[in-house]
Design a protein around this ligand. Sequence first.
Ligand code: PEP
Ligand code: MG
Length: 290
Amino acid sequence: EGVGLYRTEIPFLVRERFPTEEEQRLIYREQLEAFAPRPVTMRTLDVGGDKALPYFPIEEENPFLGWRGIRVTLDHPEIFLAQVRAMLKASVDFDNLRIMLPMISNTAEVDEALILLGRAHAEVREEGWDVKLPPVGVMVEVPAAVYQAAALAGRVDFLSVGSNDLTQYLLAVDRNNARVAGLYHSFHPAVLQALAAVANAAHAAAKPVSICGELAGDPGAALLLVAMGYDTLSMSATNLAPVKSALRRFSRAQAVALLAEVARMDDARAIRACVDERLRREGVPVRTRI
Ligand code: PEP
Ligand code: MG
């Protein structure tokens, strides 16, 4: 039904230098054209942390808490502007572009990004490209953004939760460190409470909310997310069929009842076991976990 997260850093990663604005336009247009008229949600460059560009090295002691995502592109507005100009121009005639801002941790970053986006839009229109300003969203992947979800939702057209980073930052567990992988648990009650709070804040501001981390591709998690009111679940294509198949076995009321049950529990493993058991009872295949 479209693309919930197009990671624009991928075409940046496979090159030896920053792609030019025209090169980016062609890459983005191919994506937008392939999915038109369905929406394609393009995230502005999210380098730093675990995503390093070989030709733009960032040396830091603690990269996950350092210069990454929107922090880099706001410090380099020329990169941000070239990218959003390329996206806008690529969307001509399709109007299926949505733009999403990664690693937002305060409202000033959103305000600054929106000003740059407005400038890029005015420029490309002046240059003769007949494009609309696309819907803009904020990624909620930092705990601060959970607490500020209402203020963020008020500024943009949608929120989208990056559950990979949100889990990492809420639990203080490096998402790529095998030694602490056993602590990385998206069914942790704190993560589930944060997810529910974001959905509520978005809807209170009358804005749609989606999830674009790996979590939505887990059938049990998808069930809980639907119960929380998430409007859109984004996942890798291989998970689409298992998730759809699982969701179809439950009514919304049943999903809400399951969410209410796990909301009373205080342990991630117990929650996982409860959800898995419920799935099994409906005939959904559940992989055994250790
Ligand atoms: C996330 O953090 O959940 C997310 C979707 O972004 P990425 O995995 O690219 O950091
Ligand atoms: Mg992320």
